[in-house]
Design a protein around this ligand. Structure first.
Ligand code: SF4
Length: 492
């Protein structure tokens, strides 16, 4: 077997789960394709950062071994270029690929890691420490180490983005002297794991699904009890370990002293009785609904690279809403909505189209606090009419997510209160499964593509249809959920 090298991504996988490192290194076929919502914006930011060094050259090549790539890097460093992008460095069993290495005016090399964040974070320092370690061990004369992150004060003036203004270059050379010694024992441990290739006996925990679902989730959960304590919503890893050390391995082993939240106790009791449990707050709240009910769902973009003059990186802008209006308990839902065609900042037209629906609503129903927070940020930016919409949603709003979380649990929710998990349990005839767009991130990407001048009219109209279908299902799902929930009586 070819020797396995410890890359930065493998090293990062070892924290907090050492088993993941070994599975990634030797048993990738047991996992699914990992996806990362930020990958694309990271790519765009990386491309933009390369403009900081116009004479730079991109290295790499599909199918080349790390040894070949490192040899290409060595050759390029001996050449005339001022900067190399994606250069590979190899030192014994460690390997890394650097975003940018540039010749330093004082001699030696300047290592630059590009991040799409707006400030220095501890995990960025660890990434840089890993790379600094590999470069230094590979014999590179490292004069400076910097992080290039998005300048939080940058406001896009229009036209071509000037990378020197867009990025803030933070010199972290001095911090490396502290970071590298801290990193060394962890790197040694990760090297030990990768050299041995034995799969560690790490037990599944909350880190298997958070912050991102692990690609080996299904593989590692094959024989796990469906009521394992780590599934319980709202627990952290430490708490799970604590319960396990007390031999409380199942959610049904937990006492009222162990869990204080009402929804956690309801989950436990619902599993024990294997039936849906309803708190009295659910029918009480639903009895107070004011008709007409207006169900709303918003879609927004927050592009890393600003699209419109006057906006900042990651500034949230609303481009679409769907709504269904139900006049009274016996009426059918009436669909409505708005989708901005692009070409200019969409928020003002969005608010203008939304306002009449909010004004006529008795109760405004939404799912989670995304809608309220979005209106708050548009209001703070001074988008005309946004403050009034925020006032209306705060006065007339009902957060269906909170109502469900605090009022009902069915074992079929599978420990989640997301609309995509609650819907099939309560309204089995409605499903997101066949939709071309499945979530808000995909909707944002689709809208950016739909409004790009390079997209053909045919493609744009297909995307438009997909966006309308996706967003409309979100509000129709809420209509049907409320209809079903109104039939439940309290079980406690
Ligand atoms: S599913 Fe969990 S235990 Fe398995 S590799 Fe992933 S993080 Fe580790």
């Amino acid at each position: 077997m070819r020797r396995k090298l410890l890359s930065k991504s493998l090293f990062k996988a070892s924290e907090p789960c050492q088993k993941k490192l070994v599975l990634l290194a030797y048993h990738r076929h047991l996992g699914t394709e990992a996806t990362n919502a930020w990958a694309q914006s990271g790519d765009e930011i990386g491309q933009l950062a390369r403009l900081l060094f116009p004479d730079g050259v991109t290295l790499g090549g599909v199918g080349k071994s790390p040894e070949e790539l490192a040899a290409d890097t060595k050759e390029a460093m001996e050449g005339p270029r001022q900067a190399l992008f994606e250069a590979t460095f190899l030192s014994e069993d460690l390997v890394c690929r650097a975003d940018i290495v540039a010749r330093h005016p004082l001699g030696g090399w300047h290592l630059i890691e590009v991040k799409s964040g707006k400030s220095l974070k501890p995990e960025y320092l660890q990434d840089l420490a890993f790379q600094s370690l590999v470069l230094t061990q590979a014999g590179i004369d490292l004069t400076q180490v910097s992080l290039a992150h998005v300048n939080p004060d940058y406001i896009y003036p229009g036209g071509a983005i000037v990378p020197e203004q867009f990025f803030h270059l933070e010199d972290v050379t001095a911090l490396m002297a502290e970071e590298i010694p801290n990193l060394l024992p962890k790197v040694e441990k990760a090297l030990e794991l990768i050299r041995s290739s034995a799969i560690p006996l790490t037990e599944v925990n909350t880190f298997c699904r958070s912050p991102f679902p692990c690609p080996f989730y299904d593989h590692c959960h094959k024989d796990v009890h469906p009521h394992s304590v780590h599934f319980l919503t709202g627990l952290n890893r430490k708490k799970v370990d604590e319960f396990r050390s007390e031999e409380k391995r199942l959610i049904t082993d937990l006492t009222d002293r162990d869990i204080s939240q009402g929804f956690q106790r309801r989950i436990r009791d619902s599993l024990a009785k294997d039936r849906t449990l309803v708190d009295r707050s659910l029918p009480t709240t639903l009895a107070k609904l004011q008709w007409p009910l207006v169900f709303v769902d918003f879609e927004a973009i927050s592009p890393a690279i600003p699209l419109y003059p006057g906006t900042k990186s990651f500034q949230r802008m609303a481009f679409q809403f769907s709504c269904h209006t139900v006049a009274d308990p016996h009426s059918n839902p009436e669909p409505g909505g708005f989708l901005h065609p692009g070409g200019e900042r969409p928020d003002s037209a969005f608010i203008q189209a939304l306002t009449p629906f909010f004004q006529k609503a008795g109760t405004i129903v939404y799912y989670s606090d995304f809608e309220v927070n979005l209106l708050k940020s548009l209001s703070q930016e001074g988008i005309p009419g946004a403050a009034d919409c925020e006032t209306l949603i705060r006065r007339k709003g009902l957060d269906l997510y909170k109502l469900i979380k605090q009022g009902i649990y069915s074992p079929a929710f599978d420990f989640s209160f997301s609309i995509k998990d609650v819907l099939p349990a309560l309204v089995p005839h409605l499903s997101y499964d066949s939709l071309a767009i499945q979530d808000g991130d995909a909707a944002a990407k689709a809208w950016i593509k739909m409004t790009a001048p390079t997209t053909s009219t045919e493609d744009a109209s297909e995307i438009e249809q997909n966006l309308l279908t996706y967003c409309s299902l979100d509000t129709l799902a809420m209509v049907e959920l409320v209809k079903v929930l109104r039939t439940f009586e309290a079980t406690v």
